[in-house]
Write a protein that binds this ligand. Structure first.
Ligand code: MN
Ligand code: MN
Length: 472
């Protein structure tokens, strides 16, 4: 048989090579050693997810890691020099970390902002009741959830209770191997004929998200509500609380299981709360990894309340970031608005990964894909780009050049087809402060479900992208 002649490139294939956009798959474009770095990085990521299932816990863990890396509490009256590492905690639910740069902050700072709150089931203020011998908690869900996904999955209770005397008790139950878990029930299929007729949005309704917490009565034949009493007695013994203490509490139910590798190839991470702790962990790791002093001051913000519109004093519609920047500015004899106007921001949040099983709501040319790297999202919003930061061509161009320079594997992403829903991030609240901002993040499958998926290679690329941005 004759030796096969080397295939000659046609004019069209050569021209295509020159002119068409190249899309990369991390699994092919990354070297074996880089893939094992990604795997190793995700071990730390998984433990961050397990330790920080609420905004408070993620904030505390971020601060613990930061202190280990030499960060100290920010003092607005102190004088800092290039390379100094500081952090400022906002009410235990949000934290700003900064590494002071060589240049004056008058030239702006490089911000990366991610959120550490995730959709969950919160307890109401008067949660405890008994019905036909079973005790329950009433709940009000937090963030955008598909309510039918939350029953019949083991739940853990996390949070704080502020007692009448002002003492605060921390609650975390359902995480230890020997802890009991809590659960929301669902009706058996045999008796679901009527439930099946409901539209999917109402398959499980808000007032049906009642959490089962016990079924044994307190031994007393005469009293009523003895199951509720028995539960209250257990809680009183353990935490020293009485029923009215629930009024001043923040108690959050989250899935009780830990982060896991997913797939026979272990290529993905499956866990609760990856939106947006995947960007929180990568943005945190990127600022902790800075060696010496960057050119421009580097700032990572881990914020709260994104899932409910960034309202409230720990959300990014509050002035806490603005105030921090103003304090930083004063150190250099300048003001906050000058610093902000010269600053740049990567709003670090997830995008919806294309789901081949549910492909209909995606527009394939502009969707982001798991395994194809970190996602650059120029705009989010809905109904004609309403409610979004739409990043400028100039700033997208700058970020693109930076990523290409440092061999970051990246892709673009738009959240679904036009007029098929939509969403938002903190990008617009930061860009409203006159900061050039663009969304950068990780594609997620089953976003906002109790068990979300990310590709490990993408997680690692997000970390590399934020590192590159801090280098400038
Ligand atoms: Mn998010
Ligand atoms: Mn979200």
């Amino acid at each position: 048989m004759a030796k096969k002649e080397k295939e000659k490139k046609t004019d069209a294939s050569e021209l295509k090579e020159q002119l068409f956009m190249k899309r990369k798959n991390t699994g092919l474009a990354m070297s074996d050693s880089e893939i094992s770095k990604a795997d190793k990085f995700c071990e730390g990521y998984k433990s961050f997810l397990d330790i920080g299932k609420t905004e408070r816990e993620a904030c505390a863990e971020a601060i613990r890691l930061a202190e280990n890396a030499g960060f100290v509490p920010f003092d607005k009256n102190a004088k800092y020099k290039a390379g100094d590492r500081v952090y400022q905690c906002n009410r235990g639910k949000a934290v700003i970390l900064a590494v002071i740069g060589k240049k004056s902050v008058e030239n702006g700072v490089n911000l990366v902002a991610a959120h550490i709150d995730s959709p969950r089931i919160d307890l109401k203020q008067n949660p405890l009741y008994e019905n036909e011998g079973i005790a329950y908690f009433k709940t009000h869900y937090y963030g955008g959830i598909k309510k039918y996904q939350w029953p019949v999955t083991p739940l853990a209770l996390h949070g704080v209770i502020c007692k009448a005397d002002g003492e605060r008790v921390d609650v975390k139950i359902g995480e230890d191997e020997n802890d009991p878990v809590l659960v929301i029930t669902d009706i058996l299929p045999h008796l679901a004929d009527e439930q099946y007729k409901r539209p999917a949005q109402k398959l499980i309704q808000g007032e049906e998200l009642n959490i089962l917490i016990g079924s044994r009565p307190f031994r007393d034949d005469k009293a009523s509500e003895t199951v509720k009493l028995n539960i209250m007695k257990i809680l009183n013994d353990k935490y020293g609380i009485v029923e009215s203490d629930f009024i001043s509490a923040e108690l959050e139910c989250v899935p009780a299981y830990k982060a896991k590798d997913v797939g026979f190839d272990r290529s993905m991470v499956g866990a609760y709360g990856q939106d947006d702790r995947v960007c929180a962990y990568t943005a945190l790791s990127a600022i902790l990894a800075i060696k010496g002093a960057p050119d421009r001051t580097a700032v990572t913000i881990l914020t709260d309340k994104e899932e409910i519109g960034s309202e409230g004093c720990t959300g990014l519609q509050s002035a806490y970031l603005k105030y921090f920047i103003a304090d930083l500015g004063e150190m250099y004899g300048t003001n906050g608005r000058t610093v902000l106007s010269a600053s740049k921001c990567l709003s670090a949040d997830v995008n919806a990964g294309f789901d081949p099983t549910f492909s209909e709501p995606f527009e394939k040319l502009n969707a982001s894909y798991c395994g194809r790297g970190v996602v650059l999202t120029k705009y989010t919003g809905s109904r004609g780009k309403s409610g979004t930061n739409d990043a400028s061509a100039e700033f997208v161009g700058e970020v693109r050049r930076l990523f290409d320079r440092d061999e970051i594997i990246w892709q673009t992403g738009e959240l679904g087809k036009v007029d098929h829903g939509g969403g938002g991030t903190v990008a617009m609240y930061i860009s409203n402060l006159n900061v050039d901002t663009v969304d950068i993040g990780v594609p997620v499958l089953s976003m906002h479900a109790p068990f979300e998926l990310t590709a490990k290679n993408d997680v690692y690329m997000a970390y590399k992208a934020f590192r590159t941005f801090f280098k400038g």
